[in-house]
Ligand binder design. Structure first.
Ligand code: BES
Ligand code: ZN
Ligand code: MN
Length: 500
């Protein structure tokens, strides 16, 4: 699908569907919506007067117009209260309107820039948010559907979205904003494809191949370590998890060099391509969801893809330890003791607490590459889902400035983070009688102890951990979060790096 910005009047734009908007409570639409309403004989005003459309956030109305118009239908989307309007709402309504407009056999959609005239947003942000919301909202995972179907019997997604603006003076700013939105949304959708891919397709080797192909396309440096290199580096924690699987583990390392000789920021993502729990086998119900246990890896790879295109003056490395966690005759077992790359030993209490083990070696490796800041991203704990549900990502950090910078980036991206405490008393929960630490801290504060175990393998770098167990996938579609993988943290991490 292609997004194009063009100067023109929405009332004269040739498209299958055109999108206009309305703030809540407005009875006499103005601007582009008013002009379109006049052109179609006041149908929008009649809809409002009849009480059938109030302009509530994400409310939609579809008007089919007869012969003599360059478009077949008009979609009106509600922007909600003008006092509550912001970039996130532009993303949401752009997605909702595009999804509504795309129903039926639709090839071209035209939209105005929500909030570029009214609403008080700057034009760049409004344009970025329209592009972002539209592309995120029209995302579909239909690779394995023999008949491509957008849910209503018609194939696929529209071919073209036209963003139409009358005022020629705004066009350059709109083009620049749209470009940024496209970069962020395409990187997110790329990550979504990885997360939605089934475990038989996306093995550690395949994940590494996809990362390598993306790196080549975006001009990133790429190194992939296999089992032998990891053995040489002493990555006993990562290798321990991989032992039960017939699939070779891979450590993907991508680099973006935009900052001269400055030390890099490291983004480290959990890449468990399928998590059975290993010998501490998970219950059968819901196990299939564990195809998304590599969403952290997808997030950091997607983020560095966006970063490669946004070109901030920073050095960034993305590190993704990729393994499959399986039970077998060669699998690691409860009671085993693993030695991590740093030399620290770990008593295995539960083989299902594998994410922290692969991340232990991955963050240590990132620090050995000189990283001054390490952000890890992982579908780490069920405890985080219990604590925060599917709305907030858990954030644990040893640095207030870093935590605040990530939350600020999240506010820009429309992703929510809730910081959890990390006082040193929690560390007592994972003391071991026989090794330096154990790999679990028991049920209380499971999201916090899981995070702190990762931090045990970082020496001096400032660190933050994002637990996306609850936010990596959406159980139910809402606006631009279609059902399935959300691509969470891609946009926040890209914004975060750009803010440094
Ligand atoms: N991948 C899971 C965490 C998870 C749970 C992600 C639900 C998404 C949805 C992780 O590897 C895991 O199994 N964690 C254990 C840790 C425990 C054994 C300390 C958990 O949360 O139960
Ligand atoms: Zn896992
Ligand atoms: Mn697990």
């Amino acid at each position: 699908m292609e997004i194009r910005v063009q100067q023109g009047n929405i009332t004269q734009t040739a498209a299958d569907a055109v999108i206009v908007n309305l703030f809540e409570g407005v009875t006499q639409p103005g601007g582009a919506t008013g002009a379109l309403d006049a052109r179609i004989g006041g149908l929008i005003r009649r809809l409002i007067a009849a009480g059938e459309f109030k302009g509530r956030l994400n409310e939609t109305a579809v008007l089919h117009v007869g012969e003599g118009f360059p478009f077949r239908k008009v979609v009106v989307v509600g922007l909600g209260k003008s006092s509550e309007f912001d970039a996130e709402r532009v993303r949401q309504v752009s997605a909702t309107a595009a999804q509504t407009a795309a129903k039926g056999n639709v090839k071209t959609i035209a939209t105005i820039v929500h909030g570029a005239g009214i609403g008080g947003l700057d034009v760049f942000t409004a344009a970025q948010s329209v592009a972002e919301g539209t592309l995120l909202g029209l995302y579909r995972y239909d690779k394995y559907k023999s008949k491509k179907d957008n849910g209503d019997g018609h194939p696929g997604t529209p071919e073209q979205v036209l963003i139409v603006e009358m005022d020629g003076g705004k066009l350059d700013t709109i083009r620049a904003g749209v470009q940024r939105g496209v970069i962020l949304a395409e990187a997110t959708n790329w990550a979504r494809d990885l997360v939605n891919a089934p475990g038989n397709e996306l093995t550690p080797s395949e994940l590494a191949r996809r990362a390598e192909a993306m790196a080549r396309e975006e001009g990133l440096e790429c190194t992939i370590l296999g089992r032998e290199e990891m053995e040489r580096l002493g990555m006993g924690a990562l290798l321990g998890v991989a032992k039960g699987s017939a699939q070779e583990p891979k450590l993907v390392v991508l680099r973006y060099n935009g900052g001269g000789d400055a030390a890099p920021v490291a983004l480290v993502g959990k890449g468990v391509t399928f998590d059975t729990g290993g010998i501490s086998l998970k219950p059968r119900e819901g196990m299939a969801e564990m195809t998304s246990d590599m969403a952290g890896a997808a997030a950091v790879l997607g983020a560095i893809k966006a970063i490669a295109r946004l070109k901030p003056r920073q050095n960034v490395i993305a590190v993704a330890p990729c393994v499959e966690n399986m039970p077998s005759g060669t699998a690691y077992k409860p009671g085993d003791i693993l030695r991590a790359m740093t030399g620290k030993t770990i008593e295995i209490d539960n083989t299902d607490a594998e994410g922290r083990l692969i991340l232990a070696d991955a963050v240590a490796y990132a620090e050995s590459l000189g990283a001054h800041t390490i952000v890890d991203v992982a579908t780490l704990t069920g405890a985080c889902v219990i604590a925060l549900g599917h709305i907030y990502t858990g954030l644990v950090s040893n640095d207030d400035g870093l935590a605040e910078a990530i939350m600020a980036a999240g506010r820009k991206a429309g992703e929510r983070f809730c910081r959890l405490p990390a006082d040193p008393e929690y560390k007592e929960q994972y003391k071991s009688d026989v090794a330096d630490i154990k790999n679990t801290g028991g049920r209380p504060a499971g999201a916090i102890t899981g995070a702190l175990i990762i931090s045990e393998f970082i020496d001096k770098a400032r660190w933050a951990h994002l637990d996306i167990a609850g936010t990596a996938t959406a159980q139910k579609a809402r606006h631009y979060l279609v059902k399935g993988a959300t691509g969470v943290a891609v946009r926040t991490l890209a914004e975060f790096v750009c803010s440094l």
